[in-house]
Design a protein around this ligand. Structure first.
Ligand code: TPP
Length: 352
């Protein structure tokens, strides 16, 4: 059974040139927030306060934190179910996220959609499409719009190893390569797609697939937030210089079951133990301790913020059933779909 890939990371260790000490602390803060919020949500789920199931990204925090940290406010992100740190970095508050998980009025979708299906377009996050890997096509489409309008903007999407086996994934890869679009594809290789291991997912090194579509692909240590940052920073530079897409394979491990209902008994215990030693948060903490950062104080601060957010989210009411269909369909004839104040699709919705 496949475990970890042996490929070397593209960048390792602190990146003194592009990350300040404060940035490095922020990376840890967002990873702690992501883990703390998801742990809290799992407890709320067990108390029956989170409907449906619950999905988390335990052990994968560096992938979304490092990548999102390298993106600018004008860029656009298609965020998947294990990438909570990206929402947090864009400014979505822990209270709104916890309210979302509990289906409350104060959540991002105001109780309209499943707990991890959300995105706040005001901060450049596209609402998650459940069908995998359709966010590849959405990100590619946005990148096409940026290029067509001569805008210096970039789109990014994350996707799992399982997503790469679908035809729409290959269509997006091909079109992005042909058009040299400003888009970054992050393969979140967490070794499993539900219970399917890598050995049954692809018969090639997945980064070679980027070359097959005419653009670079490389592997990064997905449990190193700073390496993720550096890889995405370089990919974004390429994209803005007109050099087209980049695929980054973030090599990591899904440390929990597919979702709360899955005990992942199909994963060998030694594999989980091996990856536990590479925990991305502990890794960043070790770096910061060397820099003299009071990591315990940061942990306490994050915990207090999550306690307060939980209380606030629990105060949020359930949505009024009479408004259930409001905001579900686009009724604006000229929607600002790229969030840049320019209405588009005019005519399309009018049937012209
Ligand atoms: C087209 C499609 N088929 C099935 C599903 C159900 N489903 C949701 S997540 C998932 C596993 C995806 O694995 P992967 O892409 O490796 O991402 P991971 O969950 O491991 O992060 C499946 C099968 C779906 N959302 N879309």
């Amino acid at each position: 059974m496949a475990t970890e890939t042996a490929r070397p990371p593209v960048a390792e260790g602190p990146d003194a040139q592009h990350l300040t000490r404060d940035d490095r602390v922020e990376l840890l803060r967002y990873m702690l927030l992501m883990r703390g919020i998801e742990e809290r949500a799992m407890n709320l789920y067990r108390q029956g306060k989170v409907p449906g199931s619950f999905y988390d990204g335990y052990g994968q925090e560096a992938v979304s934190a490092g990548a999102c940290f390298a993106m600018a406010p004008e860029d656009r992100l298609c965020i998947l179910h294990r990438d909570l740190a990206a929402h947090l970095i864009r400014g979505v508050t822990p209270t709104r996220i916890l309210a979302q998980y509990m289906g409350r009025e104060g959540g991002i979708t105001r109780g309209r959609d499943g707990n991890v299906h959300f995105g706040d377009k005001e901060v450049g996050c596209v609402g998650m499409v459940s069908m995998l890997p359709d966010m590849m096509l959405v990100a590619t489409g946005m990148a096409m719009a940026f290029k067509a309008q001569g805008q210096q903007r970039c789109a990014l999407t994350w996707f799992g190893d399982g997503s790469t086996s679908r035809g729409d994934w290959h269509e997006a890869m091909n079109w992005a390569g042909v058009q040299r679009l400003p888009v970054i594809f992050i393969l979140e290789n967490n070794q499993y797609a539900y219970s399917t291991p890598l050995s049954q997912q692809f018969a090639v090194n997945p980064v070679e697939r980027a070359a097959a579509y005419g653009f670079p692909g490389f592997a990064v240590d997905g449990n190193d937030a700073e390496a993720m940052f550096e890889a995405v920073r370089q990919a974004r530079e390429r994209a803005l210089a007109g050099d087209g897409p980049t695929m980054i394979e973030a090599v990591t491990m899904r440390m929990h079951g597919h979702a709360a209902h899955d005990d992942m008994k199909y994963v060998p215990k030694e594999q989980v133990e091996e990856w536990r030693q590479k925990d991305p948060i502990e890794r960043q903490e070790r770096r910061l301790v060397e820099l003299g950062v009071d990591v315990d104080a940061l942990r306490a601060e994050v915990k207090a913020a999550i306690d307060a957010a939980t209380e606030e989210a629990l105060q949020s009411p359930m949505p009024d059933p009479a408004t259930a269909t409001e905001g579900v369909f686009c009724t604006d004839p000229e929607p600002d779909i790229l969030g840049d104040g320019v209405p588009r699709w005019s005519g399309f919705l009018k049937g012209a």
